[in-house]
Design a protein around this ligand. Structure first.
Ligand code: GDP
Length: 195
């Protein structure tokens, strides 16, 4: 998809604040620093639209981006940082769970994991959770430009095994630097938002 127009239309916490335009939605999940802003910027073909902050735990709202007046990208904050209090974490979890389970326009979730390492306990927990709610998920391993080319295939297989991905669950190896994986991600999104 060629993105001509993108606009942050709402930062929401409560379902009452979700936009009601009726566009299909794709959620983007991932912990701070995983490379979510960089990925979104590549998909938008912009250098600096989505803010790259690098400040863990800063985004605590669901950010709805209107893309081409056709769909929403919803930036879903990661949670589970050691730095935040238990109470804050619970508030976060509730916001995210409410969104993922009640939003009927949500067609799928792009779940970002750091492609350089083994999946963390958090990644495994997220994977089980998304599975439980039966939400279509595209797994994206980020920053793969940092891996030697000779290790890519092996790393992908390791991630697929550790995440216990099924045959119908896709993992894309992505780099915001080389843009490898960009088309595959767009193809998945376009397929999910089809009427
Ligand atoms: P966010 O917090 O998930 O939005 O992460 P950012 O997109 O801000 O990225 C966090 C850090 O990782 C920044 O320093 C980025 O430059 C870096 N980064 C993000 N994506 C890539 C990538 O594909 N390759 C490399 N080498 N670095 C990346």
């Amino acid at each position: 998809m060629k993105v001509n127009d993108v606009e942050l239309v709402m930062s929401a916490v409560d379902p009452k604040q979700y936009p009601n335009t009726g566009y299909p939605e794709i959620g983007f999940l991932g912990r701070s620093n995983v490379g979510k802003s960089s990925l979104t910027n590549v998909l938008f073909n912009r250098r600096d639209y989505a803010h790259t902050s690098g400040q863990p735990g800063k985004t605590q709202t669901l950010n709805f981006y209107d893309v081409n007046h056709q769909l929403y990208f919803v930036d879903v904050p990661g949670y589970g940082y050691a730095r935040v209090s238990k109470q804050e974490r619970e508030k976060w979890a509730e916001m995210i769970e409410t969104y993922l389970t009640q939003r009927t326009k949500l067609r799928g979730v792009v779940n970002l994991i750091d492609g350089r390492h083994e999946p963390s306990d958090y990644d495994i927990q997220m994977r089980d959770w998304l599975d439980y709610y039966n939400i279509p998920v595209l797994y994206v391993a980020t920053k793969v430009d940092k891996l030697p080319k000779s290790k890519l295939k092996q790393q992908k297989e390791m991630l697929q095994n550790k995440l216990e991905l099924q045959d119908n669950e896709k993992l894309v190896m992505f780099s915001a630097k080389t843009k490898v994986g960009k088309d595959e991600i767009w193809n998945w999104i376009e397929d999910k938002i089809k009427a």
